[in-house]
Structure formats: structure tokens, C-alpha cells
Design a binder for this molecule. Structure first.
Ligand SMILES: [Zn+2]
Length: 81
């Protein structure tokens, strides 16, 4: 993944666990965005019946993302990576 390197520190091996959790966070955020776009499309087409189900899926997706970010924070703090 191309990334900006603003760190003056020497390049070192990226922690595989850190990268895995970051990828999971990215996936979780993509799912949330997709759900919001689905919600918008449903509203535009006049379909309001699917909103409760979409809201429930969004709640679960948000909780999942929050857990992943906490997992990431805890890993980085304990591993020092
Ligand atoms: Zn690590």
C-alpha cells in the first residue's frame, strides 16, 4: 500500500498483527459506508421498510469497528509497534 512517510525514524519491518487489524478496520469502515449508501438508495426509491434492518446492521457494524479500533490501540500500546 503506498503511504506517506512523515516519520524521520529509520524504516523498519511493519508489524504483521498491526497491519492485519488495520486492514480489518478499513474493511469495517467500508461496510459502514456501503450500508449508508444502501440506506440513501432506499430512501431515494421510497423504500422506508428496510430502514429498521439497515439501522440494526449499522449499529452492529459500528460496534465491530469500535472493537477493532480498541484492539488496534491496545496492540500498539502493548507491542510498541
Ligand atoms: Zn505489533
Amino acid at each position: 500500500m503506498p503511504g506517506l512517510s512523515l516519520s524521520p525514524q529509520p524504516v523498519r519491518e511493519e508489524c504483521p498483527r498491526k497491519k492485519l487489524v488495520l486492514d480489518d478496520i478499513k474493511t469495517a469502515i467500508s461496510e459502514i459506508l456501503t450500508l449508508h449508501l444502501d440506506e440513501y438508495a432506499a430512501v431515494v426509491s421510497g423504500n422506508f421498510d428496510s430502514r429498521p434492518a439497515t439501522q440494526q446492521r449499522l449499529r452492529i457494524a459500528h460496534e465491530h469497528k469500535t472493537l477493532l479500533i480498541e484492539m488496534y490501540r491496545d496492540h500498539v500500546n502493548s507491542h510498541g509497534c
